[in-house]
Design a protein around this ligand. Structure first.
Ligand SMILES: [Zn+2]
Ligand SMILES: [Zn+2]
Length: 156
Protein backbone atom coordinates (compact mmCIF):
# COMPACT_ATOMS: atom_id res chain seq x y z
CA UNK A 1 0.00 0.00 0.00
CA UNK A 2 1.23 3.46 -0.88
CA UNK A 3 2.15 5.94 1.79
CA UNK A 4 -1.00 7.73 2.86
CA UNK A 5 -0.61 11.39 3.58
CA UNK A 6 -3.21 13.73 4.89
CA UNK A 7 -3.18 17.39 3.88
CA UNK A 8 -5.35 19.51 6.12
CA UNK A 9 -5.76 22.90 7.69
CA UNK A 10 -4.97 23.34 11.38
CA UNK A 11 -8.36 23.37 13.15
CA UNK A 12 -7.16 26.24 15.31
CA UNK A 13 -5.36 28.64 12.96
CA UNK A 14 -6.01 27.23 9.44
CA UNK A 15 -2.30 26.82 8.75
CA UNK A 16 -1.93 24.15 6.02
CA UNK A 17 -0.20 20.96 7.15
CA UNK A 18 0.89 17.66 5.65
CA UNK A 19 1.54 14.53 7.66
CA UNK A 20 1.91 10.83 6.85
CA UNK A 21 -0.63 8.70 8.71
CA UNK A 22 0.48 5.11 8.29
CA UNK A 23 0.57 5.00 12.08
CA UNK A 24 -1.24 7.11 14.68
CA UNK A 25 0.51 10.43 15.17
CA UNK A 26 0.35 13.22 17.69
CA UNK A 27 0.39 16.17 15.41
CA UNK A 28 1.39 19.59 16.61
CA UNK A 29 0.85 22.77 14.64
CA UNK A 30 4.14 24.52 13.87
CA UNK A 31 2.38 27.84 13.93
CA UNK A 32 0.06 27.91 16.97
CA UNK A 33 1.16 24.75 18.88
CA UNK A 34 -2.34 23.30 18.61
CA UNK A 35 -2.21 19.52 19.13
CA UNK A 36 -4.41 16.81 17.71
CA UNK A 37 -4.14 13.06 17.81
CA UNK A 38 -4.55 11.53 14.36
CA UNK A 39 -5.52 7.88 14.20
CA UNK A 40 -4.79 5.79 11.14
CA UNK A 41 -7.83 5.62 8.89
CA UNK A 42 -9.35 2.18 8.36
CA UNK A 43 -8.99 0.52 4.96
CA UNK A 44 -12.16 2.06 3.58
CA UNK A 45 -11.70 5.49 5.19
CA UNK A 46 -15.13 5.69 6.79
CA UNK A 47 -14.34 8.60 9.07
CA UNK A 48 -12.07 11.60 8.70
CA UNK A 49 -9.04 11.41 11.02
CA UNK A 50 -9.06 15.18 11.45
CA UNK A 51 -12.75 15.95 12.15
CA UNK A 52 -14.43 12.53 12.37
CA UNK A 53 -16.83 13.25 9.54
CA UNK A 54 -18.23 10.38 7.47
CA UNK A 55 -18.73 11.90 4.04
CA UNK A 56 -16.02 12.18 1.41
CA UNK A 57 -15.65 12.85 -2.26
CA UNK A 58 -12.87 11.88 -4.64
CA UNK A 59 -11.11 13.84 -7.32
CA UNK A 60 -8.14 13.39 -9.63
CA UNK A 61 -4.90 14.46 -8.00
CA UNK A 62 -3.70 16.20 -11.15
CA UNK A 63 -3.24 19.95 -11.29
CA UNK A 64 -4.94 21.36 -14.36
CA UNK A 65 -2.26 24.02 -14.97
CA UNK A 66 0.41 21.31 -15.30
CA UNK A 67 -1.44 19.65 -18.15
CA UNK A 68 -1.97 22.99 -19.85
CA UNK A 69 1.72 23.91 -19.47
CA UNK A 70 2.83 20.64 -21.05
CA UNK A 71 0.47 21.24 -23.95
CA UNK A 72 1.57 24.87 -24.45
CA UNK A 73 5.27 23.99 -24.40
CA UNK A 74 4.62 21.23 -26.92
CA UNK A 75 2.70 23.60 -29.18
CA UNK A 76 5.49 26.14 -28.98
CA UNK A 77 8.16 23.55 -29.76
CA UNK A 78 6.15 22.15 -32.64
CA UNK A 79 5.68 25.57 -34.26
CA UNK A 80 9.37 26.39 -33.79
CA UNK A 81 10.46 23.13 -35.34
CA UNK A 82 7.84 23.44 -38.08
CA UNK A 83 9.86 26.11 -39.85
CA UNK A 84 13.36 24.89 -39.22
CA UNK A 85 13.14 21.11 -39.33
CA UNK A 86 11.13 18.34 -40.85
CA UNK A 87 7.40 18.27 -40.22
CA UNK A 88 7.88 14.93 -38.63
CA UNK A 89 9.43 16.59 -35.60
CA UNK A 90 6.52 18.89 -34.95
CA UNK A 91 4.11 15.99 -35.12
CA UNK A 92 6.14 13.86 -32.76
CA UNK A 93 6.29 16.71 -30.25
CA UNK A 94 2.54 17.08 -30.30
CA UNK A 95 1.80 13.39 -30.13
CA UNK A 96 4.47 12.91 -27.47
CA UNK A 97 3.02 15.58 -25.22
CA UNK A 98 -0.51 14.25 -25.63
CA UNK A 99 0.84 10.84 -24.69
CA UNK A 100 2.71 12.15 -21.61
CA UNK A 101 -0.42 14.02 -20.58
CA UNK A 102 -2.50 10.86 -20.79
CA UNK A 103 0.03 8.74 -18.91
CA UNK A 104 0.38 11.29 -16.12
CA UNK A 105 -3.37 11.46 -15.78
CA UNK A 106 -3.52 7.71 -15.31
CA UNK A 107 -0.51 7.56 -13.00
CA UNK A 108 -1.66 10.12 -10.49
CA UNK A 109 -4.24 8.53 -8.27
CA UNK A 110 -7.37 9.92 -6.80
CA UNK A 111 -7.39 12.00 -3.68
CA UNK A 112 -10.19 11.53 -1.21
CA UNK A 113 -11.42 14.77 0.31
CA UNK A 114 -13.43 15.29 3.49
CA UNK A 115 -16.59 17.32 2.83
CA UNK A 116 -16.47 19.03 6.18
CA UNK A 117 -12.86 20.02 6.88
CA UNK A 118 -11.51 19.50 3.34
CA UNK A 119 -8.68 17.29 4.51
CA UNK A 120 -7.06 15.65 1.47
CA UNK A 121 -6.06 11.99 1.68
CA UNK A 122 -3.32 11.30 -0.82
CA UNK A 123 -2.02 7.82 -1.62
CA UNK A 124 -5.28 6.31 -0.53
CA UNK A 125 -7.17 4.14 -2.99
CA UNK A 126 -10.83 5.11 -2.99
CA UNK A 127 -13.55 2.49 -2.74
CA UNK A 128 -16.96 2.43 -4.40
CA UNK A 129 -18.27 4.35 -1.40
CA UNK A 130 -16.25 7.37 -2.47
CA UNK A 131 -18.04 9.28 -5.20
CA UNK A 132 -17.11 12.42 -7.14
CA UNK A 133 -18.09 15.74 -5.61
CA UNK A 134 -21.82 16.26 -5.31
CA UNK A 135 -22.97 19.85 -5.26
CA UNK A 136 -25.95 19.15 -2.99
CA UNK A 137 -23.77 17.59 -0.27
CA UNK A 138 -21.12 20.27 -0.73
CA UNK A 139 -23.76 22.97 -0.32
CA UNK A 140 -25.02 21.39 2.91
CA UNK A 141 -21.50 21.60 4.39
CA UNK A 142 -20.99 25.11 3.08
CA UNK A 143 -24.12 26.22 4.93
CA UNK A 144 -22.88 24.46 8.06
CA UNK A 145 -19.56 26.35 7.84
CA UNK A 146 -21.36 29.67 7.45
CA UNK A 147 -23.46 28.92 10.56
CA UNK A 148 -20.32 28.05 12.52
CA UNK A 149 -18.60 31.23 11.43
CA UNK A 150 -21.60 33.21 12.70
CA UNK A 151 -21.51 31.35 16.02
CA UNK A 152 -17.82 32.16 16.38
CA UNK A 153 -18.55 35.79 15.63
CA UNK A 154 -21.10 35.92 18.42
CA UNK A 155 -18.95 34.33 21.11
CA UNK A 156 -15.87 36.43 20.50
ZN1 LIG B 1 -2.35 26.04 14.18
ZN1 LIG C 1 -12.64 16.09 8.01
Amino acid sequence: MALVKVIFACPSCDQPAVTPIEQPVDWQCSDCDHRIHLNTPDATLTSCVVCGNHEFYKKKDFPHWLGMTILLVALLLSTLTYYSYEKWWSWSFLLGSAFIDGVMYLMVGDVVVCYRCEAHYRGFSPTDAHRPFEITIGERYRQERIRQERMKGKTT
